[in-house]
Design a protein around this ligand. Structure first.
Ligand code: GDP
Ligand code: MG
Length: 445
């Protein structure tokens, strides 16, 4: 899949930071063979290193194919995922021409979208090139790149009328992908425009403020639509097995001069969570930055933290001279930069410097990763010489990760971040002061 795109607008600092992290990860990998660990433990560390590399260095835009007729809400869906105006909605001819993969961008990243509009319009095509061309171009595009997930969109108000042509189109898309890539992407079926179901005036996006009975009535209608949609899809043997989620949503956002004027989105967080679940790691980092669902940012950040902690503990198991603590704290600085990045900040040293400075480490904004690493030693491992035990490296890394998550993802004050750091560190210290020992914990031979 040729969808690994490096952002051409990436700053020099970001490039440099990437290179440093890449270099550091390479070093750590080289150390692996010196580690006194079992094969199983080494394999486990390799998996964790691969995760770090994928999240920090090998991100690409997630790729979604949107299937649904004109007006189903495909462009609105793209805007709803971003929470901003990135796609033209309504009767505007798309800037992409027909049936092309297109990267919708914001400063937080890009989502690659294949808008298959026109594919089901066997008759009366609105555009001069017609349905045949639409199909031909979509087939070409599906060859070029395989979608991670397919989103099938139907207007809730039209779900029980003629969706057979749409389902034919969807089958067609699956057949092409299957033939070309031997892969069947997960299918997410969405009923859009749920906000306009009866009772029309009842607002689902602020259901707490609405009469309960009316909300219940509206949600019951949504459930009916979902049931119908799901049944229709499951009737098709070629589609049913790939269906992972069916839900009614509202993508409604109104813009004025490109700024959000009204946000009436409903259940988009749930949708984002589902899409996240079905994305490969290479698309997940970008996706959580764009969609900004806190829980998912947290999930990825804690995966990153745990992986880094395990790697640091592994490095700490090395006898000197290789095992001075610099590689460990360098990994921790990378972790801070990574968590800042997941929060939407650029992947550069500025965010890490800000965090380290606020925590009390003395670093300039343009610090070298190693300098940051040295500064970090003082407060992660106070009193330690050049040797730290695996357990202490593990606890220290979890604590750094906890503080960075509090600061960047929850917008905690630096005081709170410090408290999160101390709390985590103490928890882990207590946990590691009694068995299991380093040896048990890391399967050390
Ligand atoms: N009320 C409401 N309007 C929507 C929703 N989704 C899309 N729309 C509107 O439906 C029209 C068509 O949407 P658009 O995203 O351009 O559909 P596309 O042709 O599939 O790209 C636009 O006027 C949108 O504002 C929704 O969930 N609720
Ligand atoms: Mg559109």
């Amino acid at each position: 899949m040729a969808n690994d795109v490096r952002d051409p607008d990436e700053s020099d600092d970001a490039k440099k930071t990437r290179e440093l992290i890449a270099e550091n990860i390479r070093r750590i990998e080289e150390m692996l063979r010196f580690l006194p660990l079992s094969d199983g433990a080494v394999a486990d560390l390799r998996t964790k290193i691969a995760l770090l590399r994928t999240i920090l260095l090998e991100q690409r835009p997630p790729a979604f194919a949107l299937v649904g007729r004109r007006g189903a809400g495909k462009s609105s869906m793209v805007n709803a995922l971003f929470g901003a105006k990135v796609a033209e909605v309504g009767h505007v001819r798309s800037q992409t021409g027909r049936g092309r993969w297109f990267d919708h961008k914001s400063e937080r990243g890009a989502i690659s979208v294949l808008d298959t509009r026109g594919i089901q319009e066997g008759s009366a095509p609105a555009e001069a090139d017609g349905a045949k061309d639409a199909i031909a171009s979509i087939v070409v595009e599906l060859k070029r790149k395989v979608p991670d997930v397919i989103l099938f969109l139907v207007k809730a108000t039209e779900a029980d009328s003629a969706i057979d042509a749409d389902l034919d189109a969807l089958e067609r898309v699956y057949a092409e992908i299957e033939r070309e890539h031997r892969f069947r992407p997960p299918l997410v079926a969405i009923a859009t425009h749920c906000d306009v179901l009866e009772p029309k005036a009842t607002r689902l996006h602020c259901a707490d403020e609405e009469p309960k009975e009316e909300v219940d009535e509206k949600i019951a209608r949504v459930a009916e639509v979902e049931h119908h949609l799901e049944t229709k899809i499951k009737e098709r043997g070629k589609l049913g097995p790939h269906l992972v989620w069916t839900r009614g949503v509202s993508t409604y956002l109104s813009f004025k001069d490109d700024a959000v004027r009204a946000d009436e989105r409903w259940r988009i967080d749930e949708l984002v969570t589902t899409l996240f679940k079905h994305l490969p790691d290479a698309g997940r980092g970008t996706f959580v930055r764009i969609a900004r669902v806190r829980g998912l940012q947290e999930e990825l950040a804690s995966n990153l933290t745990r992986a880094t902690a395990a790697i640091c503990a592994g490095v700490a198991a090395l006898p000197i001279p290789v095992a001075d603590v610099i590689p460990i704290t360098t990994m921790q600085v990378s972790l801070i930069a990574g968590i800042a990045w997941l929060s939407g900040r650029p992947l550069d040293r500025k965010a890490a410097a800000e965090f380290l400075g606020a925590m009390g480490a003395n670093v300039g904004a343009g610090f070298a990763l190693r300098e940051g690493a040295r500064a970090l030693i003082k407060f992660v491992f106070p009193g330690a010489g050049s040797m730290v035990s695996g357990a202490v490296a593990f606890a220290g890394t979890l604590a750094v990760g906890a503080a960075a998550r509090a600061y960047f993802l929850r917008g905690a004050s630096i005081e709170d971040a410090k408290r999160a750091f101390e709390r985590k560190k103490n928890e882990e210290d207590v946990a590691s002061s009694s068995p299991p020992s380093d040896r048990d914990r890391w399967n050390i031979n």
